[in-house]
Design a binder for this molecule. Structure first.
Ligand SMILES: Cc1cc2nc3c(=O)[nH]c(=O)nc-3n(C[C@H](O)[C@H](O)[C@H](O)COP(=O)(O)OP(=O)(O)OC[C@H]3O[C@@H](n4cnc5c(N)ncnc54)[C@H](O)[C@@H]3O)c2cc1C
Length: 465
């Protein structure tokens, strides 16, 4: 039974009907390379394989439609890895860390070029990222990141003058901030649907509404679906948070929600408050608030980390959740009180594949030469998925190149504890983080216990001070 994907996001509704769905897999089929999941990672990988080896028969299997997962539901922030420079330097040394961050910056430009080259109207706009503080506790959250950049001679972040963050974001709730110029925004579903079109044009076969129920660990790999099966020489696992159901990857990620709301179009009012329409904005909470303006002048506002999936099971509360949507709306109103009467027209949710250090995991599944995986984008996957596609394509094609030898490939899984410890622990820490951050934003002193427990939260999108 086909899922009603339209409910997933405002973005998918905007592009709905762009192309007929691809048929589900029926019966037995063969492929050189099978890709599990048709989001950015799966589709960039398919395109890269075709670029390297046009004769390779690539088949993508998708349980929903292309973009039905996080790629069609996200905030559309296209960010580099600069805020993870310290973590990367600790893992791979300073030179390699800079190289990885630079390539993540190039990936942003590449997405813009790809859209231009293939006439993909994904509203790609490069307006930079404003990283702000919205409570006194958040002030200077960026200092360690800015400091390490400066120490390495990199002028990546610009410290803003007093009042400048509030002016650029269009609200006095933003007490201070730094600006990073490479970031862009995009209509996320239009991007993934564009990737789908180009992949089909290049001869990639895509089966939609085809859930992979399980796959063998043999050669060839046999993937079993509801009404068929596919035998492939190689398998690329690119199914994001759903990879938590694969036994070898089960503990590599914690599945948490990210929730979004969108207002009615209010372009004139946004212009009056001074919010630059191409800007992406985040605060410095662990449960981060992220917001930007759509092409037609709506606010798209999201919050990360509200709920956690027990044992990685992704239920319908990861598609949409009324109470969480109202909490996200409350945050939006708190930051923009002058827009409090702007109606919210859409809300939805999606799963995030969070790793302990918020950096992805790519490699061969327990060393198997014919099964590779790329998961754990941790809420920053729009830009980095370009790099993921290169790494996974090179691994699947057995190339010996800079991508198959990339430091992010094969660095192990760095597991979370088993269930129920992971869930109970994550739940306690998340509750503490929420209580602490709410108190701080309201100008109250958080409890000692909440502060101590919140310290146990895994690293976020940024290596905060
Ligand atoms: C609400 C939200 C906001 C976000 N905001 C941002 C942002 O602003 N910037 C940013 O960089 N990142 C953001 N992210 C994260 C970003 O969307 C992801 O990192 C990125 O889309 C990952 O791409 P992917 O291809 O790995 O995953 P997906 O797009 O989720 O693709 C995986 C696909 O696999 C399919 N699948 C799963 N299991 C099976 C199966 N058994 N059989 C067949 N198919 C299967 C799924 O249906 C899905 O379509 C956000 C995520 C969410 C949920």
């Amino acid at each position: 039974m086909a899922k009603d994907f339209k409910r997933h996001s405002f973005w998918l509704q905007q592009v709905h009907g762009d192309a007929p769905d691809q048929p589900a897999l029926e019966g037995f089929a063969k492929a050189d390379i099978a890709i599990l999941g048709a989001g950015y990672v799966g589709l960039w990988t398919a395109l890269r394989i075709k670029e390297q080896d046009p004769a390779c028969d690539v088949v993508v299997l998708e349980q929903d439609i292309c973009g039905g997962g996080a790629s069609g539901r996200n905030g559309g922030f296209v960010l580099a890895w600069w805020p993870k420079l310290a973590s990367l330097a600790k893992l791979f040394g300073p030179e390699e860390a800079i190289r990885i961050c630079r390539s993540s910056e190039q990936a942003i430009a590449e997405i813009g070029e790809f859209c231009r080259a293939h006439n993909i109207d994904a509203d790609f706009r490069c307006g930079g990222w404003l990283w702000t503080a919205t409570s006194s506790a958040q002030m200077g959250a960026w200092e360690s990141v800015v400091h390490i950049c400066e120490k390495m001679g990199l002028q990546v972040f610009r410290r803003l003058d007093p009042g400048e963050a509030a002016q650029r974001a269009g609200s006095a709730a933003h007490r201070a901030g730094v600006f990073e110029a490479s970031a862009a925004i995009v209509q996320p579903a239009a991007l993934v649907r564009g990737l789908r079109r180009v992949a089909l044009d290049r001869g990639v076969r895509i089966y939609e509404h085809t859930r992979v129920q399980n796959f063998s660990r043999s050669a060839p790999v046999v993937l079993r679906t509801g009404r068929g099966s596919l035998a492939a020489e190689k398998l690329v696992i690119a199914n994001n948070a759903w990879a938590a159901s694969i036994r070898e990857l089960h503990r590599a990620i914690a599945v948490i929600s990210s929730d979004m709301v969108v207002t009615a179009p209010i372009p004139d009012r946004l212009e009056r408050i001074g919010w630059h329409r191409d800007l992406s904005i985040t605060d410095s909470q662990t449960m981060v608030d992220y917001y930007r303006v759509t092409r037609d002048g709506r606010i798209a506002f999201g919050k990360g980390g509200w709920t956690i999936a027990y044992s990685g099971r992704i239920g319908s509360n990861f598609d949409r959740h009324a109470r969480r949507a109202s909490e996200v709306t409350a945050d939006l109103r708190r930051y923009y009180p002058v827009l409090a009467d702007a109606p919210v027209t859409h809300d939805w949710s999606g799963p995030i594949d969070r790793t302990p250090d918020s950096l992805p995991r790519l490699g061969r599944l327990y060393g198997r030469p014919n099964i590779v995986y790329g998961i754990g984008w941790s809420g920053n996957g729009v830009g980095p998925s370009v790099i993921g596609g290169r790494i996974l394509a090179s691994l699947a094609l057995d190339r010996n190149d800079e991508w198959s030898n990339h430091p992010l490939a094969g660095r192990g899984l760095n597991n979370f504890p088993p269930e129920p410890i992971r869930y109970i622990g994550a739940h306690i820490v998340r509750t503490a983080v929420a209580a602490k951050e709410r108190a701080e934003i309201d100008g109250r002193k958080p409890s000692w216990l909440a502060v101590q427990l919140a310290r146990l939260a895994p690293a976020g999108l940024e290596d905060k001070s």
